[in-house]
Every structure is written in structure tokens, then in C-alpha cells.
Ligand binder design. Structure first.
Ligand SMILES: [Zn+2]
Length: 406
């Protein structure tokens, strides 16, 4: 059943087979144990065109105490958060008496910039470990999932919020109607909310099938997401296209009439309609492109190994795990991968069991190719690792199709 409109789901968007949870890590003692795999089969709703994954795994299991994703390890993401805070603080005149609530506030990568400006803020973060990291930075954080019940409790305790924001969380909630209903409940009469999430149009255009994983329950076009907010009495008054996470949109919502609707909203909707996102046939072609990408990546790796090249990975992000599992890439193709996050070093990728080391390992072993798994951070990574060129090492990007960088 469609999580937005309740229609029956019949049309496959793409089926990536069975996959383990992308943010789990395998420790050395777990190497001899079995792992759970879940279907990674997405559908598109023929009524509202929401692309979605069924709730094969509950959020409690995914965002557990040891959820390993710490936003602050990405310097470009922290910089993006700082620019956002400058933008809303200035353009919407947020004052010291206003309350800012961030949903899925992670380790405080964003709210720290509000705290610096002496603005009252509160983080809502279900994962214990990252929430504790935020508290240690002096950011008030409660450890809960967000929905209508949390919103009622928070409103009673803290009053209404001038700004509610959520980055990369709307796609992560199975009950999106309860979530958006909660936003409506906690928002001040004159308040506004912003949400950032990957844009379905960019996912399809750039063939980013690896961003499909069990944490991501929904994949939004503006057409589909606007309908959800409108069903809860909220109006989309602006939209910005961003380059983060391979192409995201930031949605601005308020109660009707608080802010004037910017021309960017109908303009992007028109582009989506013109590109066919209100037509089921557009969604059906995607699956074959994904299979073709798999064949091309495997052809590259087979040829590299046949000619004696050494290939390693960079990064162990969720998207990398979808790619590795779907393509069946293990230590037979990639000797190891590396990650800046010390919580991941010394563990193994889920399903494929590729060891994860500190990035310095690459300078010690001098491989021929470094396959960048978090391709959205390719610029940052190629700069940080530019010394691989000293021994003729080259970077490889797997998406939209395999490509060796000059
Ligand atoms: Zn629907």
C-alpha cells in the first residue's frame, strides 16, 4: 500500500535483489556469523507517483544506539549546514526568542551554528550515540523518533517552533503522514519548515540507484511530496535545487498565506511534468539502465584484474554497500576500502565483507585504482587523496557509469 495515498502498489521501479542493512558494520568476531538480508525492491505508486520501499526493516533496528553515521565527518556537509544557517538566520530574521527544532539532528553538525548565534534550539535524534555527541557539544538533544506524539509533547514543553528543519530525514520515515502531521502540530502560526532530500529526478537522470537502501523509504519528486504536505494543511512556498547528495531539493513549507509562493515552485513542477514524472511509463525504463550500469562496472573490474591491476575502494557509505552487494563485488575485485570515520575502521562492509581501513593505507599500498564509493564527495576526496597520482594511481567513479578520472 502506498505510504502517502494508500493506493495498491503494483509497478516495480527497480528491484536490487536481497541486501543487508547498509549502515551495519561487521566486526572481526562476526565474520563467521550469518547476516540478515532483506529485499531491496522499490515500487512507484500509480496514483501519486511516490517511489517507495516497503518497510522491510523497522527504523528502531536501523537507527539503533550504534548508528554509525556522524555528519560532522564530512567537512563539505558541515560547511553546507553553516551556509544554510546564515541564509535562514538572515533572510527569515530568526531572533533569540525563536525556537529552532531540527529533526534528525545527528551529532549537532548544523545546530552548533545556531548555538553560536545564541538562538534557542533543540535537536530530536533517535540514535543514542550521535545524540550524545551533540550533547557533548552543548546542543540540547532529545533521543526520540519524530511524529505526531513527539510533536505534541514538545509543543507542550517548549512552545511552538519558528523553524522546523529536517535534512535527509523525510525519506527515512516509514510513516510519512504521521511525520508531516507532527510538523504541522509543532509549527508556530507564523513559522516555516525546510526539508532537504534527494530529488527523484536527479536520481533517475544520473542513474543513482545506489542511493536506494533500507534507510530510505521514499524517493520524492516535487509533485509527490507537495501532495503529502498539502494533505496536512501545509503549503510549499519555495523550493531550491541543491548539489548535495547527488542532487537534492530543499522544500520550504508554511501554513497557507504566511509566505507568498515563489515562482520556483510551479516552474520545477512544470519541468517534472515535461520530463514525464506524472506518467508511469517514465518510471518503468529505469530498471534496465540499472542492469546496464552493473554490467559496465563489472566489465571494467574484470579487465582491471585480468591485466594485474590493484583496485581498492574509498569510503564505506550506505550507497557503496548497495552498489557492492547488487554488483557482487567482494575482495575478489577490491582489496579493501578506507573511511575517515574511526567508528568504521577495523570493521567490514555488510554482505560483501570487505575490510575497512584508515585512508593512510592507500599511501602505504599504492594501488592502481581507487574506486570512490561516496561519489557525491568525489571533489573533496580527490583533493584529499591527490598524492595517489605520484605513483600513477587513478580515481574511478562508478555512477552514472564507470569512469576513470584524468
Ligand atoms: Zn500513492
Amino acid at each position: 500500500m502506498c505510504r502517502s495515498c494508500g493506493a495498491a502498489l503494483r509497478q516495480t521501479f527497480v528491484d536490487l535483489g536481497m541486501s543487508p542493512l547498509c549502515q551495519t558494520q561487521i566486526t572481526r568476531d562476526q565474520l563467521n556469523q550469518m547476516e540478515r538480508f532483506f529485499p531491496l525492491h522499490t515500487y512507484v505508486c500509480s496514483e501519486c507517483f511516490l517511489v517507495q520501499l516497503q518497510e522491510y526493516v523497522s527504523p528502531d533496528e536501523i537507527f539503533s544506539a550504534d548508528y554509525p553515521y556522524y555528519s560532522s565527518y564530512s567537512t563539505s556537509w558541515v560547511a553546507h549546514a553553516r551556509r544554510y544557517v546564515e541564509h535562514v538566520h538572515h533572510d527569515f530574521e530568526i531572533g533569540p526568542n525563536d525556537l529552532v527544532v531540527e529533526i534528525a539532528s545527528n551529532d549537532g553538525y548544523l545546530l552548533q551554528h545556531f548555538v553560536e548565534r545564541k538562538i534557542r534550539c533543540l535537536g530530536v535524534e533517535p540514535a543514542q550515540g550521535v545524540a550524545e555527541a551533540a550533547r557533548q557539544k552543548g546542543i540540547r538533544t532529545i533521543t526520540r523518533f519524530f511524529g505526531t506524539q513527539t510533536a505534541k509533547d514538545l509543543r507542550a514543553a517548549e512552545g511552538p517552533a519558528r523553524l522546523v528543519l529536517g535534512n535527509n530525514v523525510l525519506a527515512h520515515v516509514p510513516n510519512v503522514n504521521d511525520f508531516v502531521g507532527g510538523v504541522e502540530l509543532i509549527l508556530d502560526e507564523r513559522g516555516f519548515a525546510t526539508f532537504e532530500f534527494p530529488h527523484l529526478m536527479r536520481l533517475v537522470e544520473s542513474n543513482q540507484f545506489d542511493t536506494i537502501y533500507h534507510e530510505h523509504f521514499s524517493y520524492f519528486s516535487l509533485l509527490a511530496v507537495r501532495r503529502i504536505f498539502e494533505n496536512h494543511g501545509l503549503c510549499v512556498f519555495d523550493v531550491r535545487e541543491l548539489e548535495t547528495h547527488g542532487g537534492s531539493i530543499r522544500l520550504y513549507v508554511c501554513r497557507p498565506g504566511v509566505y507568498e509562493v515563489h515562482a520556483r515552485v510551479p516552474a520545477l513542477e512544470r519541468r517534472e511534468r515535461d520530463a514525464g514524472y506524472a506518467d508511469l511509463a517514465t518510471y518503468v525504463d529505469f530498471a534496465e539502465r540499472v542492469r546496464e550500469t552493473k554490467r559496465r562496472l563489472l566489465s571494467f573490474l574484470v579487465q582491471a584484474k585480468d591485466t594485474g591491476k590493484r583496485v581498492v575502494g574509498y569510503g564505506a557509505p550506505g550507497k557503496g554497500n548497495t552498489l557492492l552487494n547488487y554488483c557482487g563485488i567482494r575482495e575478489d575485485f577490491i582489496d579493501y576500502t578506507v573511511d575517515l570515520n574511526p567508528h568504521k575502521q577495523g570493521t567490514y562492509t555488510p554482505g560483501t565483507r570487505i575490510p575497512i581501513h584508515d585512508p593512510s593505507r592507500i599511501f602505504e599500498t599504492r594501488p592502481d585504482y581507487v574506486l570512490i564509493l561516496p561519489w557525491n564527495l568525489a571533489k573533496e576526496i580527490t583533493q584529499q587523496m591527490s598524492r595517489i597520482r605520484e605513483w600513477g594511481g587513478r580515481f574511478v567513479i562508478p555512477i552514472p557509469e564507470v569512469r576513470v578520472l584524468d
